[in-house]
Design a protein around this ligand. Structure first.
Ligand code: THU
Length: 131
């Protein structure tokens, strides 16, 4: 698994940009995610909160369901961006992403060029997957 610097930077920039579309009136915490499919297309998603808090959809799952709805099933990398320092995907998002196998994960802050690089299997070792 490898991703060029240009591709990493673009994915992080797309995750940061889509934060402006977040619906987060309860937390005020705008999260953006961008998912690079093997097709080369990027699917972006922002968090969408619910007054019934449990109904909230994270940015990563918003990006993933957009990609899956477009017919994508194989992914190279995910970028997630929010807050003052790099954030990483929550447990529920890790589990849903694991449905589609290994990928690079870029964890960024809401603004700025720096990010941390990891993998989904490092974030969710020994995952429960297809049975
Ligand atoms: N959130 C995400 O979008 N992704 C994560 O991985 C963690 C949390 C959202 C959910 C909620 O709208 C806000 O961040 C605060 O938890």
């Amino acid at each position: 698994m490898d991703l060029s610097k240009a591709a990493r930077d673009e994915l992080v920039a797309r995750a940061q940009a889509v934060r402006s579309n977040a619906h987060c009136p309860y937390s005020g915490f705008a999260v953006g995610a961008a998912l690079l499919a093997d097709s080369g297309k990027i699917y972006a998603g922002a968090n969408c909160e619910s007054a019934s808090f449990g109904g909230t959809i994270c940015a990563e799952r918003a990006a993933l369901t957009a990609a899956v709805s477009a017919g994508e099933r194989h992914f190279t990398a995910l970028a997630v961006a929010a807050g003052d320092r790099p954030v990483s995907p929550c447990g529920i998002c890790r589990q849903l992403l694991a449905e589609f196998g290994e990928m690079i994960v870029l964890c960024a802050a809401g603004e700025g060029a720096g990010f941390r690089i990891t993998t989904l299997s490092a974030l969710l070792p020994d995952a429960f997957v297809k049975f």
